[in-house]
Design a protein around this ligand. Structure first.
Ligand SMILES: [Zn+2]
Length: 214
């Protein structure tokens, strides 16, 4: 059976995330929300993230400003983007600690990580979650579903990256989930190993493709 992991990035957003949570709750699906520090630091947004946490979803760090890929910053700047978000998530009592870098348009490459941050993630026992295919929901809010379904059909275990932001794309979330269910996929909250370069205090995949050399 094909497996699908759902993740939602760049929130939380008080106008969109509650709707996403409702779509997921109806199907009893558990996912991960990778939040931006500068958003979750706002009390209203933190409340939304706490609702997600309380509903059984995981919350992960997706950098503070989400503006420059961390491999293009110096060590201090890269680690600061991570730590400021951890501080904003100080209320999060979650056994699994998660991080996803900012990709600039969903690109995978050595711009994603800085060696100083790789060390920090490894020492802290964080799970670093990357991605494979990107549906592009934020730029194609009306047509992303067909792309995402096609991507999932091509993988034994796919990881879907969607965005709980006001792009209009989440209007098709219910339909997307219905169609995946109709295709008989198994949903899981875990992450496919080929998307996890760092976990459990270890670097598990060759890191050079994802980490700048400084
Ligand atoms: Zn992002």
């Amino acid at each position: 059976m094909r497996k699908v992991t759902l993740t939602f990035d760049n929130g939380p957003d008080p106008a969109v995330t509650p709707y996403v949570l409702d779509c997921l709750a109806r199907r009893n699906l558990k996912t991960t929300f990778f939040v931006m520090g500068k958003k979750v630091v706002l009390p209203e947004n933190a409340g939304v993230a706490k609702c997600a946490r309380d509903a059984g979803h995981r919350i992960g760090n997706h950098t503070f400003s989400h503006s420059v890929p961390l491999g293009e910053l110096d060590a201090e700047g890269a680690v600061d983007e991570f730590e400021r978000t951890e501080k904003a998530l100080g209320w999060l009592d979650q056994p699994v600690r998660l991080f996803r870098p900012y990709g600039r348009g969903g690109m995978l490459g050595p711009h994603l990580l800085h060696p100083a941050l790789v060390e920090r993630l490894r020492d802290g026992g964080y799970i670093c979650v990357l991605w494979k295919a990107i549906a592009g929901d934020w730029k194609n809010p009306d047509t992303w579903v067909e792309k995402a379904l096609a991507d999932c059909r091509g993988e034994v275990w796919s990881l879907v990256v969607l965005h709980d932001i006001p792009s209009g794309a989440m209007r098709r979330l219910n339909e997307f989930l219905d169609r995946l269910q109709d295709e008989g996929v198994e949903f899981t909250q875990e992450y496919p190993p080929d998307c996890v370069p760092i976990a459990g205090g270890k670097v598990l995949l060759p890191i050079e493709p994802y980490c700048a050399s400084h």
